[in-house]
Design a protein around this ligand. Structure first.
Ligand SMILES: Cc1cc2nc3c(=O)[nH]c(=O)nc-3n(C[C@H](O)[C@H](O)[C@H](O)COP(=O)(O)O)c2cc1C
Ligand code: SF4
Length: 437
């Protein structure tokens, strides 16, 4: 079978499943959307269906971190989608932890701005579908990729790496104790604003993610796993206490980083190949579950990059990184019952993403199907997927990466350049294409 580049002539999820299997990727792919329509329970609240819009930062909040018109526009589009979970983008918990000057950030002065946005989303979703989304806010410190108000680099590293310049001094234990306070304060504000849960972000190499791999750090937060987990667990305990257990707790976690020990976590080297070693990730998930975390969203530092399985040919190349990651979620979930797992990377499967989501949930690989770029490109895909109908390939994300290029520091607000051209193609022409010429 030799389909064309965007798999248009595959036509059905079943033919797509066969293609993947022929290339060593035996994924459950299910045309019947019944499993996507199931509700789920967490923290005494209902998630109305199994589609999760992943956090998608727009670099477009107002200077004080509150929602701008573009932020409202993005979340209204997500509200109209009717997704079971809308996982809000990364919001900084400290000025020195912003990855860009327009990062979302709560403050006691503008909780009402977030409250109004959430209320509007609830109204839209309730009117159109008779339910409300489960809304999670991702809280973060950007660590070594933090930037100041002039886009100047201002790294706050959790540990040293071999490639670091001599002048880079990791954050002190005192700074981490302060970060715990900041995280708790911001979680309390998120609760007051009306979020159902907060995600204490521990993925993609940001501060808490890097701290989880701080094998060679001394002091209270480095070395043994219980030390590397100390900050995260302390945040969880204190947030639970301050919000009377009413605010749900979630963590977005890397199954594996993009570099092996000692520069990263979750990978082992076999000859000249890297492969996943999920034993510590499983242990981390168990510790999170035992502390009351209800949802774990599994990602990786490079979900789009094939780290393990080689791409057999150009046709299957887009799928290998996402396949590896989904297999990792399956393995982790098998060993950690009692928590809801979200998978990442389903936009890679384009029009067949919902069928991979439905198959994965049906077969117990994960509990919620997470979509990032597809939601920027085609938020209406959610209702089509829930109805068990095929997505229109001409409206799907084409995996071009232009949204990522819009995020390069200092460039512009991010969104889908291809399927949502006004304003994002205009911004791309001005800020990315214009710069190359
Ligand atoms: C424009 C853009 C912004 C993103 N912002 C965030 C973010 O704020 N937090 C986060 O954890 N991941 C972020 N991601 C990663 C996505 O949540 C998701 O993991 C990634 O796009 C892979 O999933 P997909 O194949 O469904 O797009 C972002 C991705 C894009 C394209
Ligand atoms: S810009 Fe490209 S990669 Fe990003 S959402 Fe749009 S089509 Fe997908």
């Amino acid at each position: 079978m030799k389909p064309d580049a965007d798999n248009r002539d595959l036509q059905t999820p079943e033919r797509f499943r066969i293609l993947l299997k022929e290339h060593g990727m035996d994924l459950p792919v299910e045309a019947n959307a019944e499993s996507l329509r199931l509700s789920a329970r967490t923290d005494r609240k209902t998630i109305p269906n199994r589609i999760c819009i992943q956090p998608l930062e727009g670099y477009d909040s107002l200077d004080d971190g509150s929602p701008s018109d573009l932020v409202y526009r993005r979340y209204r589009r997500f509200a109209h989608s009717g997704a079971g979970i809308v996982w809000f983008e990364s919001a900084a918990v400290a000025e020195d932890g912003k990855s860009n000057p327009h990062q979302m950030m709560l403050s006691s002065d503008h909780i009402s701005g977030f409250h109004a946005l959430l209320a509007e989303m609830d109204r839209i979703c309730l009117e159109e579908y008779g339910y409300t989304h489960y809304k999670v806010l991702q809280l973060t410190h950007s660590g070594r990729v933090s930037r100041g108000s002039e886009w100047n680099r201002r790294p706050v590293a959790a540990r040293r790496r071999a490639s670091d310049p001599d002048g880079l001094i990791p954050a002190s234990d005192e700074r981490i104790f302060r970060l715990i306070d900041e995280m708790v304060e911001h979680a309390v504000m998120a609760w007051k604003a009306g979020f159902d849960a907060v995600d204490i972000k521990a993925c993609h190499g940001y501060f808490l993610s890097e701290l989880l791999g701080a094998y060679e750090r001394n002091g209270e937060f480095g070395g043994a796993l219980e030390n590397r987990m100390r900050a995260l667990l302390c945040m969880i305990d204190r947030i639970r206490k301050r919000t009377d257990g009413e605010l749900g707790l979630a963590v977005r976690l890397n199954a594996y980083d993009s570099a092996p020990y000692p520069d990263g976590r979750g990978l082992k080297r076999e000859g000249d190949r890297l492969s996943p070693d999920l034993s510590e990730t499983v242990e981390i998930c168990r510790m999170l579950r035992d502390r009351g975390v209800g949802i774990i969203d599994i990602s990786a530092s490079q979900p789009r990059q094939p780290l393990f399985l080689d791409a057999a040919d150009e046709t299957t190349k887009p799928y290998v990184g996402a396949f590896d990651l989904i297999c990792a979620v399956r393995e982790i979930r098998k060993q950690v019952p009692g928590v809801l797992f979200v998978c990442s990377g389903l936009s890679q499967f384009r029009q067949f993403g919902p069928a991979v989501g439905a198959g994965g949930i049906r077969d117990g690989w994960f509990d919620l199907a997470g979509f990032g770029r597809q939601a920027l490109a085609y938020p209406g895909f959610v209702q089509i997927a829930l109805a068990g109908e095929c997505l229109d390939p001409d409206r799907c994300c084409v995996l071009c990466g232009s949204c990522f290029r819009l995020m390069d520091p200092g460039l512009s607000a991010a969104g889908c350049v291809v399927r949502d051209p006004d304003p994002y193609a205009v911004l791309y022409r001005e800020n990315v294409a214009g710069r190359r010429n």
